[in-house]
Write a protein that binds this ligand. Structure first.
Ligand code: F6P
Length: 320
């Protein structure tokens, strides 16, 4: 029976990470298992930056965005030598197992530590919704709300001025934030890694919407890392009847109080992680599939093909 576990958050922070830390801590303590918080992701393991988490230490964090433990990206964690230092520090602290909340890079780290003798469970925490083995990640719903709130505001002003708002959203290499925002906000065009990008085609569509459909404004939602949205807005002004304006939503998408959906998801996933560790299971990740909390081996999740969004792109096309 495991007596002491650690919990860390790694990679880009996401709303709901605190709710997951709270769930892991409360459920473990209620089962007689001690909990140690690890600061700043895998860096805290390397530097032995630990903090015992009591019941009260996680009071009042359920509603807070960000992560109370701090987060970091540590590419060096791939190195065997660094992992061995972390294992030594974990053993010295008496931490027998670990919950890792983060993205797929964090999952790989969790798998390596499990193979070296410390059972780890991965929880999907990122606004990008790009983690295999789950339908939704902790933080995606809150980020989507932020996108929707902002695009709705842009719609007001862009329709007053016969403008085309080009809105860049995050997502890393996954188009979910763009696609879900575009459907929820009634955008005219969505551009994502899944749709591909053809500038001439986009300008042609906007000319059609202005000239033939007589739309007095247009909204284009575009995933980050695809094109320079400021340059695109200038081209829209030059080559269509719309005046183009670009907005990059940026890091505001990562902040804010988690939505009820994210609070529920994080609490349910935190519970599952502790249950798995108490059963002596490691190297698994937790997911939500068809609204059921599930788990599967991390290597199986990482080798699964990405989810198809064909039906949702088709829906988007049929709504325009
Ligand atoms: O993975 C979350 C995310 O916000 C991505 O959407 C984005 O590409 C990246 O992190 C930004 O990273 P940083 O905060 O290091 O600039």
């Amino acid at each position: 029976m495991v007596r002491k576990i650690g919990v860390l958050t790694s990679g880009g922070d996401a709303p709901g990470m605190n709710a997951a830390i709270r769930a892991v801590t409360r459920i473990a303590l209620n089962n007689g298992v001690e909990v140690i918080g690890v600061h700043d992701g895998y860096r805290g393991l390397m530097e032995s930056s630990f903090e015992p988490l009591t019941r009260n230490a996680v009071s009042d964090i359920l509603t807070m965005g960000g992560t109370r433990l701090g987060s970091a990206r540590l590419p060096e964690f791939r190195e065997d030598e660094i992992q061995n230092i972390c294992i030594k520090n974990l053993k010295r602290e008496g931490i027998e197992a670990l919950v890792v909340i983060g993205g797929d890079g964090s999952y790989r780290g969790a798998l390596s530590l499990t193979r070296k003798g410390i059972n780890c469970i991965g929880l999907p925490g990122t606004i990008d919704n790009d983690i295999p083995g789950t339908d939704f990640t902790i933080g995606f719903d809150t980020a989507l709300h932020t996108c929707i709130e902002n695009v709705d505001k842009l719609r007001d002003t862009s329709s007053s001025h016969h403008r085309c708002s080009i809105v860049e959203v995050m997502g890393n290499h996954c188009g979910d934030l763009a696609l879900y925002t575009a459907i929820s906000c009634g955008a005219e065009i969505v551009v994502s890694p899944e749709t591909g990008y053809d500038e001439l085609e986009l300008l042609e569509k906007l000319r059609y919407l202005g000239d033939a459909v007589h739309k007095n404004h247009a909204i284009v939602i575009i995933s980050e890392k695809i094109c320079d949205v400021d340059a695109l807005a200038k081209k829209v002004s030059l080559h269509t009847n719309f005046s183009g304006r670009a907005t990059v939503l940026g890091h505001i998408q990562r902040g804010g109080s988690p939505t009820p959906t994210d609070r529920m998801l994080a609490s349910r996933m935190g519970e599952k992680a502790v249950d798995l560790l108490m059963e002596g299971i490691g190297g698994h990740c937790v997911g939500i599939i068809d609204n059921e909390i599930t788990s599967m081996p991390i290597d199986e999740a990482l080798s699964r093909p990405g989810r198809s969004r064909k039906k949702l792109y088709r829906l988007f096309d049929r709504l325009v």
